[in-house]
Design a protein around this ligand. Structure first.
Ligand code: UDX
Length: 439
């Protein structure tokens, strides 16, 4: 049976989920209370950069499978599966703010008109499935049957469409057989096409898998960053250490690229939320706490390394390439690049910056600093600077005309915080070259 889907929330998770499910041939309504966002989407424009998403949205909108609406009542009444994919931002104490999830649960209680499966897609604290169940039971006008399911997402920004279409696994958290068969129907295409593994488990375990996975990945990245710091002292090469580690099937070769520290909208948020959830149960997640502290410390260490090598930063011209928290996204949330740029500017340096996609978002966060200059391309950044810093591993930076760059710099001082270049080649070209974990 072809299910009718409503996805509430048209951010990264909601829009990718809606577009991909409609590409499976399902009828999908994406609902958002933000009228501008919905109008933009109806015009076929995706308000953030995510490779492949805009084409997918337009393909399925014109096929009539994917529609956008502000009308959550109609969305709830006219579907049998409702995905909750609204934001769950960090609060001061690190806990996830689930107010938007609760609001949607209240709307579902108000408008539910027959049996529905409600799917928690947003990253939510452990126990939220039961909370949503309670809210709907308490506020629904008639005792309609329904099931609430946890179906956490594992989408990386910059690869979200790919990750949805090629998941390592689909996690479904529910105790109810009826909901299991409906969710199998929703994800049938993934199973038929590529035998994607499904894990059916209880809601709490499904909710925990999400936090446990993200915090583990954040820990893995932080571990390799600390290993890189040691390599810089011992003369070892982190690239070959990481390669050697990754050849061990128990470790795996992913998330072992050292850099300026993790950022984004998930790792920082989910690590703090996990620590907070555990704390509420009287459990200390000491390794995750150490990861959070080590990641913060890494940004400080990078700044002091730059300051030591460049010398007095006041009135110095510094170029920074890359503002997004990683390549293939325009997202600057918790981006280490933004903290480095603002720290340099606060120390009196004149900072010239460029990013292929994140200029607009970065400007909104940095425009208060009058000694930050937004340039139209990488070469304009390099002109006249006494140091050039690579913060984000955009492919176009890997293809830089380094001869032209060096000729236009005041001093050939080059910090490559993503190891996108080779030390030997850079030194042969006459750069004073510093990278991560390679002496
Ligand atoms: C992450 C998880 O990967 C995804 O499964 C979850 O759904 C959301 O959070 P995302 O935050 O988009 O996705 O980015 P990711 O690619 O995981 O990178 C997270 C951070 O780690 C970035 O700052 C990235 O630069 C950094 N990173 C990642 C490294 O420094 N080295 C690596 O090898 C990998």
């Amino acid at each position: 049976m072809n299910h009718r889907i409503t996805v509430v929330g048209t951010g990264y998770v909601g829009l990718v989920t809606g577009a991909c499910l409609s590409d499976f041939g399902l009828e999908v309504i994406c609902v958002d209370k933000d009228r501008d966002k919905i109008e933009t989407l109806k015009r076929g424009v995706v308000p953030f950069y995510e490779p492949g998403l805009e084409n997918l949205v337009n393909k399925n909108s014109s096929a009539g499978r994917l529609t956008f609406s502000n009308d959550i009542k109609a969305g709830i009444e006219n579907s049998d599966v409702i995905f909750i994919a609204v934001g769950t931002p960090s609060q001061e104490n690190g806990s996830a703010d689930i107010q938007h999830v609760q609001d949607v649960a209240r709307d579902i209680a108000t408008y539910i008109n027959e049996y529905k499966v409600i799917v928690n897609k947003s990253t939510v604290p452990i126990g939220t499935v039961r909370l949503v169940e309670d809210i709907i039971k308490r506020y629904q006008k008639q005792p309609f049957e329904f099931d609430v399911v946890s179906n956490p997402e594992f989408l990386r920004e910059g690869a979200a469409v790919y990750d949805f279409m090629h998941p390592d696994r689909v996690i479904i958290g529910t105790d109810n057989e009826r909901a299991v068969s409906i969710m199998k129907g929703v994800y049938r295409v993934l199973f038929l096409n590529q035998k994607t593994p499904f894990l059916f488990t209880d809601p709490e375990s499904a909710e925990t898998i999400k936090y446990a996975s993200n915090a583990f990945l954040a820990m893995k990245v932080t571990y390799v960053n600390e290993m890189a710091a040691l390599c810089e002292k011992t003369g070892a090469d982190i690239v070959s250490v990481a390669r050697g580690m990754g050849m061990d099937g128990r470790i795996g070769n992913k998330f072992l690229n050292p850099g300026p520290g993790y950022g984004g909208s998930c790792f920082p948020k989910d690590t703090k939320a996990l620590v907070n959830i555990a704390h509420n149960y009287g459990v200390q997640m000491s390794l995750v706490e150490a990861t959070i502290a080590a990641n913060e410390n890494r940004k400080k260490r990078i700044l002091s390394k730059i300051e030591t090598i460049v010398g007095e930063l006041h009135n110095k011209n510094i170029g920074v390439l890359g503002l997004a928290f990683k390549a293939e996204t325009d997202d600057t949330r918790e981006s280490p690049a933004l903290s480095i740029v603002s720290d340099l500017a606060r120390r009196g340096a004149y900072v010239k910056v460029y990013d292929p996609k994140a200029m607009e978002q970065a400007w909104l966060k940095l425009n208060g600093l009058d000694n930050v200059q937004f340039c139209e391309n990488e070469y304009a950044v390099a002109e006249g600077v006494e140091a050039l810093i690579i913060m984000t591993e955009w492919n176009q930076f890997r293809g830089l005309d380094l001869t032209r760059i060096k000729a236009s710099m005041q001093k050939p001082l080059f910090f490559d915080l993503r190891n996108i270049f080779e030390p030997g080649i850079m030194r042969k070209m006459g750069f004073e070259y510093y990278s991560v974990g390679r002496s």
